[in-house]
Design a protein around this ligand. Structure first.
Ligand SMILES: Nc1ncnc2c1ncn2[C@@H]1O[C@H](COP(=O)(O)OP(=O)(O)OP(=O)(O)O)[C@@H](O)[C@H]1O
Ligand SMILES: [Mg+2]
Length: 359
């Protein structure tokens, strides 16, 4: 998959920009606050994931303008060209078109453009709480098998309803509430069991790639481990029966896939609490690389968007990271330049929301 051109109108700090991209490695360079991340954020948005920085859509329209427009030409692996167009008005619904045909939902964009994003916020995958790692593995599941998307939405719905029931029970269940809780529990048992199974299977696939990716970036055998710690042992249905008293008293669901943890370690030592900043950064990059590799084996060929990936890495690791990237289109931003030995296929310079030069 290849992005061949990008046009922006009133997107973030760009009034108007037109960029052509080539194959291989494109370095997007410039000082802080010039619009490097904004450029690849726009591309990420067209892949259906919204802002990879988690910004709401109305932050994307240039201050003072009424609507942002993002337009890109994408070449799929079979050589087909598709024109993706998005208009994000400050007020009202977004308009999305692919080859001038309207799309209904943002998520439909995923069929047209696939990206793997490496963002500075990824550090929290290693340093932050378990919810972020659960989201990481669940996103990977959907990336690998789109049929997993409903599983996740079903889980959220059942948990929302179960928790609402527990809260309204106020510590004591009457017969009606008891009956309704049985219904939610049987649903949660099925969905939860199936989600845990899928996560475990995918982690089996990801584990060796994660360790391999980390070793490539670290340039040594570091023994990276990934360990799934479940909130129940064998059977979720009986675990829910056992936890019912506690759940009713506390008004929350204390077992299920939403309480499971993915522990990461380097050399047998917990990465979250013990690893150095550079080690945590390397591990965060490896988490993204490992999922990208699994998704690629599943037959898709995402464009890599790499935002500020060299910060915290020593020069050796920075250079090794470039070497560890798959042979795909790679769009990479940096405020500090490229590591020694890097030979980009294209350089795009950005200053004050203007594309200065392309070589
Ligand atoms: N909606 C908006 N309207 C106008 N300007 C905006 C909007 N959103 C962000 N900006 C501005 O865009 C500028 C560039 O942001 P961007 O994150 O792309 O910088 P960068 O080149 O990646 O910098 P860094 O090297 O610090 O990461 C910021 O100064 C910000 O204030
Ligand atoms: Mg940036």
């Amino acid at each position: 998959m290849l992005i061949t051109s990008l046009q922006l109108r009133d997107f973030r700090n760009y009034e108007a920009a037109d960029v052509e991209f080539g194959r291989g490695l494109t370095a997007i360079l410039g000082e802080n606050g010039q619009g490097k991340s904004n450029l690849i954020e726009a591309i990420g948005w067209l892949s259906g994931i919204g802002s990879f920085r988690g910004a709401p859509d109305d932050a994307l329209t240039r201050v003072g303008a009424d609507a942002a427009v993002i337009r890109a030409t994408v070449e799929s692996d079979d050589g087909r060209e598709q024109l993706i167009e998005a208009e994000l008005p400050r007020v009202g619904r977004n308009r999305l078109q692919v080859n001038r045909q309207r799309l209904q939902r943002n998520s439909d964009l995923r069929e047209v453009l696939r990206v793997t994003v490496f963002s500075p916020d990824d550090l929290s995958l290693v340093k932050g709480g378990p919810a972020l790692r659960r989201r990481w593995i669940d996103d990977a599941l959907v990336g690998r098998h789109p049929r997993h998307d409903p599983l996740r939405t079903d889980l959220e719905r059942v948990l929302r309803q179960r928790n609402a029931l527990l809260r309204s029970a106020g510590g004591r269940l009457d017969a009606d509430a008891e009956f309704t809780l049985d219904v939610w529990d049987s649903k949660l048992a099925v969905i939860g069991g199936s989600l845990r199974q899928s996560r475990l299977e995918l982690l089996d696939e990801i584990g060796p790639r994660l360790a391999g990716a980390y070793d490539s970036v670290a340039r040594r055998a570091a023994d990276v481990g990934v360990n799934y710690v479940s909130s129940w042992s064998d059977d979720l249905a009986s675990a829910l029966v056992e936890s019912r008293k506690i759940d009713v008293r506390r008004g929350v669901s204390t077992v299920g896939p939403h309480r499971d943890e993915i522990e990461l370690s380097i050399g047998g030592i917990p990465a979250r609490t013990h690893a150095s900043q550079g080690e945590q950064r390397s591990l965060a990059l490896a988490l993204r690389l490992a999922v990208d590799s699994v998704v690629r084996d599943g037959g898709s060929n995402p464009v890599l968007l790499l935002d500020d990936v060299f910060s915290e890495l020593d020069p050796g690791r920075a250079e090794a990271l470039l070497g560890a990237l798959p042979d795909a289109q790679r769009l990479l931003t940096s405020a500090s330049g490229l590591p020694d030995g890097a030979v980009p296929d294209q350089v795009v310079r950005v200053a004050g929301g203007t594309i200065l030069s392309e070589t």
